[in-house]
Design a protein around this ligand. Structure first.
Ligand SMILES: C[S@@+](CC[C@H](N)C(=O)[O-])C[C@H]1O[C@@H](n2cnc3c(N)ncnc32)[C@H](O)[C@@H]1O
Length: 312
């Protein structure tokens, strides 16, 4: 079973102002919820390119979207290669691109994939199962300093050093093989008074390792930059993020793209050609409604930002 409840469905897709004959890209196909809603609005002149680095997501979507396959091209690739991949299909400009960043529920809920701190499973956490770097490699082979860096930076974990020290000591005896062993070491590294606050004690460290294993921030930054270039005038990008690091990245990029360059003071008017190429459609991020929050707990940290290209 491949069960993923789509977050901010209408807000994300309707925010792209779909034209039936337009060319669109879903960079994060997953359970194909956004893709299904989008492709149904296209005519046979329109087209949807769907990316996912997880082969199981593509295989599932080929069945779920079987009635629309003539309007869809599936691309099994990391979305950081969006430009090269679309070029290979003869596409240089598109009318809309969407991202629903992070992991899907099937990835989280399949214990063997090692994303979850609720199950005991091998340390894996790869979204792309053919990638070389796994959580096992990070936990057992990365230096103390590198672990501390990712725990602080990607997990915003206050006890990063203490936890990295526990990991370093444990792996001197024998390798850390499973998510269960890692959870115990994390708990040992956090003082008892702090362990009961802020959700599951392993949440932040698991997030940090997952971001590192999949180079999530690097891929998102490269891809979003290219997405802005790929837009035709009037085209839009919608991005759903699930944690503050991703949201900051998206907010900063969209703000830079839609801001005026620094001009000398007292200029009577903005010189032609210097106006920004993009306009923010969402000054503040769109959040899930009360109703969505009640139905889908996993939507609670979602934030949607949209930007539009207004000139070349
Ligand atoms: C949150 S799910 C998307 C759910 C989907 N929007 C839906 O409605 O069912 C994110 C998906 O994006 C994929 N993904 C995440 N980062 C990726 C990347 N850098 N390149 C390609 N796919 C990625 C994951 O494998 C996962 O299947």
């Amino acid at each position: 079973m491949f069960n993923h409840t789509t977050v901010l469905l209408q807000e994300t897709v309707d925010g792209l102002n779909i034209r039936p004959d337009g060319v669109y890209v879903d960079c994060t196909l997953g359970g194909a919820g956004h893709s299904e809603y989008l492709v149904k609005q296209l005519s046979d002149e329109g087209h949807l390119y769907c990316f996912d680095q997880d082969a199981t997501a593509i295989a599932h979507a080929q069945v779920k979207l079987k009635d629309y396959l003539h309007r869809i091209t599936f691309i099994h690739s990391n979305f950081k290669f969006i430009k090269e991949q679309l070029e290979m299909h003869g596409i240089e400009k598109v009318d809309g691109i969407l991202y629903d960043l992070g992991v899907s529920s099937p990835q989280l809920d399949t214990p063997e994939r090692g994303f979850s701190y609720h199950n005991d499973a091998p340390l894996d956490m790869r979204m792309d199962q053919s990638a070389e770097l796994t959580a096992y490699h990070v936990v057992n082979e990365w230096s103390f300093e590198d672990l501390v860096r990712i725990f602080y930076r990607y997990g915003e974990e206050k006890f990063s050093k203490q936890i990295a020290r526990k990991i370093e000591a444990a792996r001197e005896t024998s390798p850390i093989e499973t998510t269960g062993q890692l959870v115990e070491l994390i708990k040992d590294g956090i003082p008892a008074f702090a362990r009961r606050k802020g959700g599951h004690p392993a949440k932040r460290i698991f997030q940090a390792i997952r971001i590192a294993v999949n180079d999530e921030l690097g891929a998102a930054e490269t891809s979003l930059q290219d997405a802005l270039d790929l837009l035709a005038v009037g085209g839009r990008v919608s991005v759903i993020t699930f944690h503050s690091l991703e949201d900051r990245l998206c907010k900063t990029l969209f703000k830079e793209a839609s801001s005026m360059p620094e001009l000398p003071p007292n200029l009577p008017m903005i010189p032609a050609g210097m106006e920004p190429k993009f306009k923010l459609i969402t000054r503040k991020p769109i959040l899930p409604s009360e109703e969505e929050l009640e139905q889908n707990n996993r939507s609670r940290s979602a934030k949607l930002r949209i930007v539009e290209k207004i000139k070349e």
